[in-house]
Write a protein that binds this ligand. Structure first.
Ligand code: PLP
Length: 429
């Protein structure tokens, strides 16, 4: 494949945009090479600036669950745009999407819309702190909750009481209120709570981790967190920015039958436009301004184009009784195909999957937390990535990312992909 135009466009972009990109992982630093510039996309396919076609397994990092340029979403945006694109005043559309979201997700009475998953998580934590009148939060190493200060904390050596900033610009003062725990390790969480009794406002977690590859919660882990929260007056925040409206209508809460106190959304809820949201029972949501003391606002929050796209997407997901089964079946088919191929070539691997989230790790050991996610063979992943791109298949340009399966993928696309992996696997041995 040729990437002349992409290379030229990237060189131009680097002059005026840091690293040439508006979000770091797009720069391909983890896999090397030059980012591919997209010209358009439809259904399961991306078309780049050099005229190459790629089968897309990232789908804008999740939002395009029904495929790119999905007609009802495109029509909704187009129609709304003619009526004005932003008012800074309420619209009926906001109530429509709110009511639909509240009906689809278990245990929430009210929802507020923001412009990104980052904003949703940041606001959810502020709300939890205001509601509980406590400062500290627990987050899990390897979980990503957007780029706001209190989340950019990495694990030091195992469970440490106070986090250390992993990004310059995050103050020590902020970092000390973020306690780090190990994913799938309930004892570790219990010890943190015991060391900080009645001081922790919230535990925030990706109920299925998707930002260190895909990692499922161990049996009883989420239930255990729920019980620990209840015993100490801590609010449980599910960051469902990835899992919401993807694993089920009601997201991970529905899939695992666990009720969180606050839920954060992004990605699918915006149908491909910049949308995030956070939701809870009324008692908690009423703590927000203008009803309550916790401040949160947004000039473009509830933007009519964004709400039209999100509403069209949620309506489709709500109306299609079989969508989540179909996604499950397609992704299970892909998983089986990849496993057979890698096994046949004797390439050490672990494939993790929950519903339509899947990741391939090049190591034979189980991947259950941030540490084990790091066991993978990065050199092998690089070759795998570039080999697949060459074959016309686009996966995430990092071993730490989940693939997001869309319903636009056909079984022919999946077979094509498995055959491509079979070919690439030969070069991995
Ligand atoms: C993507 C993501 C975010 C951040 O959302 P943005 O819209 O990129 O700000 C937060 N949490 C999780 C779990 C995510 O996957």
């Amino acid at each position: 494949m040729l990437y002349q135009r992409s290379s030229r466009l990237f060189a131009e972009a680097e002059k005026v945009i840091p690293g040439g990109v508006n979000s770091p992982v797009r720069a391909f630093r983890a896999v090397g090479g030059t980012p591919i510039f997209v010209k358009s996309a439809k259904g399961a396919y991306l078309y780049d600036e050099d005229g190459n076609r790629l089968i897309d397994y990232i789908n804008s990092w999740g939002p395009m669950i029904l495929g790119h340029a999905y007609d009802p979403v495109v029509e909704a945006i187009t129609e709304k745009a003619k009526l004005g694109t932003s008012f800074g005043m309420p619209t009926e559309l906001e109530t429509e999407i709110a009511a639909l979201a509240v009906s689809m997700v278990p245990g929430i009475d009210k929802i507020r819309f923001v412009n990104s998953g980052t904003e949703a998580c940041m606001s959810a934590v502020r709300l939890a702190r205001g509601f509980t009148k406590r400062d500290k939060i627990i987050k899990f190493a390897g979980c990503y909750h957007g780029h706001s200060d209190s989340f950019l904390i990495q694990a030091g050596s195992g469970a440490i009481t106070f986090g250390t900033p992993n990004s310059p610009g995050v103050t020590a003062g902020t970092a000390k209120d973020t306690l780090l725990a190990t994913y799938n390790d309930l004892d570790n969480v219990r010890r943190l709570i015991d060391a900080n009794p009645k001081e922790i406002a919230a535990i925030i977690i990706e109920p299925v981790a998707g930002n260190m590859g895909c990692i499922a919660p161990a049996e009883g882990f989420l239930e255990g967190l729920r019980a620990l929260c209840d015993a100490d007056g801590i609010l449980l925040i599910f960051d469902e920015v990835m899992t919401g409206f993807r694993l089920a209508k009601g997201g991970a809460q529905e899939l695992f039958s666990i009720q969180a106190d606050i839920v954060a959304f992004g990605k699918v809820i915006g149908g491909g436009l910049p949308v995030g949201a956070f939701a809870a029972r009324a008692e908690i949501m009423n703590y927000l301004a203008p009803l309550g003391p916790v401040y949160q606002a947004g000039t473009l929050s509830g933007n009519p184009l964004a709400m039209a796209a999100g509403l069209a997407m949620l309506r489709q997901l709500n109306a299609d009784g079989n969508i989540f089964n179909r996604l499950e079946e397609k992704t299970a088919y892909l998983e089986k195909g990849i496993r057979e191929v890698l096994t046949a070539h004797a390439i050490a691997h672990t494939i993790n999957r929950v519903g339509s989230m899947i990741s391939v790790h090049f190591d034979h050991r189980p991947v259950t937390d941030f540490k084990s996610a790091g066991n993978g063979d990065n050199e092998r992943f690089r070759k795998f990535f570039h080999g697949l791109v060459e074959a016309g298949v686009y996966i995430a340009p990092s071993a730490y990312e989940t693939w997001f399966i869309s319903d636009a993928l056909t079984y022919d696309d999946l077979d094509f992909t498995i055959a491509a992996i079979d070919k690439v696997a030969k070069s991995l041995i």
